[in-house]
Design a protein around this ligand. Structure first.
Ligand code: UDP
Length: 331
């Protein structure tokens, strides 16, 4: 019995692989390495198939050869801004790719999947903290593709008995405390890596996208969750799928607490003891003012509890990675 992790060479994927193998699971990674890092998978010494999830025949043979019983599915494009410019690229990779993956799973008789979803499925929140039943009106194609996949999982449960847990992440951050894996994106757009690269002197300044939001300091508020806490939720979701038949369910993953962009920068200054120059910029299109999760359902249903509850500990974890790997996997 083994777990197939698609997109396992990516940021959240590789941390989940580390968590699974630390709990004695057999893991096999499928990644086309379009965005993922071979070095990350090599650091964990797990089998890697450089295969695209749209290659149905290869996916079926990998599932059969490794006696896969559950898939943890990360493989996707995930940049909000790019999805607005290139929506078809996102539909093609995320929606069409997952359609092929699910078809391969049905054909191979693998009927359990943990799906990497997102808070972007909700769109502009009507109430905070966000609960799972909150209306879903994504404000960008990225969120639309993830929501379309959640709906596909619902109908696949009805038709094929596919059991799924969709995990809607808020803002992932941090790195593994012991292993040489962490966050490395080719075109970094996320706040915490950008702030820490600025602390390292690799960037001149951080631009704060919007200072006129209706928040205490005018900048956006987000719920930052440590990547190892995301990873443990995926492991517990696999356990849940193996122990019961619940159809298609979805849970939020956040810590239930929000921090503003300015608080992230100030906390990073305190953690790194470095200068972090800032410039005040305009709003980034499609950014809601406040995104905070209610993680209660995940805690109850998965018996999960996040362990990094302070922004400073999440930033300290990310800083350790950036300090030791200033060029990510290239250093
Ligand atoms: N942000 C910012 N400057 C940057 C990158 C991000 O002010 O260079 C803000 C962004 O507008 C958002 C928050 O930081 O309010 C978190 O953005 P990120 O891209 O990390 O995650 P997202 O919330 O888009 O998933």
């Amino acid at each position: 019995m083994s777990i197939l992790v698609t997109g396992g060479a990516g940021y959240i994927g590789i941390h989940t692989v580390a968590e699974l193998i630390a709990h004695q699971e057999e893991v096999v990674v499928v990644d086309n390495l379009g965005l993922g890092h071979r070095e990350a998978v090599q650091a964990l010494n797990v089998p890697l198939y450089e295969v695209d999830i749209r290659d149905r025949d290869k996916m079926i043979s990998i599932m059969k050869n490794h006696q896969v019983d559950t898939v943890v599915h990360f493989a996707a494009f995930s940049q909000v801004g790019e999805s607005v410019r290139l929506p078809l690229k996102y539909y093609q990779n995320n929606v069409a790719g997952t359609t092929e993956l699910l078809a391969a799973m049905v054909e191979a008789g693998v009927l359990r999947i943990v799906f990497s979803s997102t808070a972007a499925t909700y769109g502009e929140p009507e109430a905070t903290p966000i609960v799972e039943s909150h209306p879903k009106h994504p404000t960008n194609p990225y969120g639309e593709t993830k929501l379309a996949i959640e709906r596909m999982l619902h109908w696949s449960a009805e038709a094929h008995g596919m059991q799924s847990v969709s995990l809607r992440y808020f803002n992932a951050a941090g790195a593994h405390p012991d292993l040489p894996i962490g966050e490395h994106h080719a075109n970094e757009s996320h706040l915490i890596p950008i702030v820490l690269q600025t602390a390292l002197g690799l960037r001149q300044k951080v631009t704060v996208f919007g200072t006129d939001y209706p928040t205490q300091d005018g900048s956006c508020i987000r719920d930052y969750i440590h990547v190892m806490d995301l990873a443990s939720a995926h492991r517990l979701a696999v356990q849940k799928l193996r122990s019961e038949h619940a159809g298609a369910v979805a849970y939020n993953l956040g810590i239930g607490k929000g921090y503003s962009v300015i608080e992230v920068i100030d906390t990073s200054r305190a953690v790194t003891k470095r200068e972090i120059p800032v410039e005040w910029g305009t709003r980034r299109e499609g950014d809601p003012a406040v995104l905070i999760a209610s993680p209660d359902l995940a805690k109850q249903a998965l018996h999960w509890s996040p362990t990094y509850l302070e922004l400073s500990s999440i930033i300290a974890s990310a800083w350790a990675w950036h300090l030791n790997h200033p060029n990510g996997y290239k250093s």
